[in-house]
Write a protein that binds this ligand. Sequence first.
Ligand code: ADP
Length: 195
Amino acid sequence: MIYKSILLFGAPGSGKGTQGKILGTIPGFYHCACGDVFRAVDVRSSLGKAFLDYSGKGKLVPDDITIALWSQQIDGMMQSGRFKPDIDFLVLDGIPRNVNQAKILSSKLDVRRVFHLTCTDRSKIYDRLQRRGLKENRLDDINEDVIARRLQTYDEETKPVLEFYGPKLTTHVNADQWPYQVLRNILNAIENERD
Ligand code: ADP
C-alpha cells in the first residue's frame, strides 16, 4: 500500500501542527503528526521513556523506533477506517525528519507536494514555542537551551530532506503570515494536485 501524501515541513514552531490540524478536519485529508504519536505513548513504557529522553535534549528519536511506531499508528488508523488511503491524502507533519527516514519511507509514500513553512525571524520561533510550551505543558518547548538544540537539529538533520525531495515537489510558504493566509497558500497549491 502506498499513500498519496502531503508533507508539512519547517522548523519547530513554524506552524506545521496548526496547518495539519486544520487540513485534517477537511474530508479527504488525514493528518498525522509524528510528535503527537510519540506524546500519546505511556511515559512509563520504555518507548515513552526513550521519547522523553531524546525530545528533552532536543534530539531526534532513533529512526528504527520512529518508523516502527509511525507504521503501527498508520496501520491502526487504516484498520479503524479513520484513514482511507484510497481516497484520503495523508498529511504528514514531523516525519520524515532526516534523510534516512525519507529513504525508508520512500516505498510507502507517494509524495505529491512538500510545503516548506519558512520563518525569517528566529526570535519569533522562540516566542511561539515558549508560549506553546506553557500552554500545552511541553517541557521541550520551555527551555531556551533545548529550543536552540532543536533548531540546530533541524538545520543539520532535517533541512537536507528538502533536497531529497527536490525543488519541483517543494512549495515555499511564508509562515510569518496569519494562519488563515498560510492555509490559503497551501490550499491553492493543493488544488493543482487533486486527481
Ligand atoms: P515540533 O512540532 O515543535 O516540530 P514535534 O512535536 O513534531 O515538534 O516533535 C517533538 C519531538 O519528538 C522532537 O524534538 C523529537 O525528539 C521527537 N520526534 C518527532 N518526530 C520525530 C521523527 N520523525 N524522528 C525522530 N524524532 C521525532
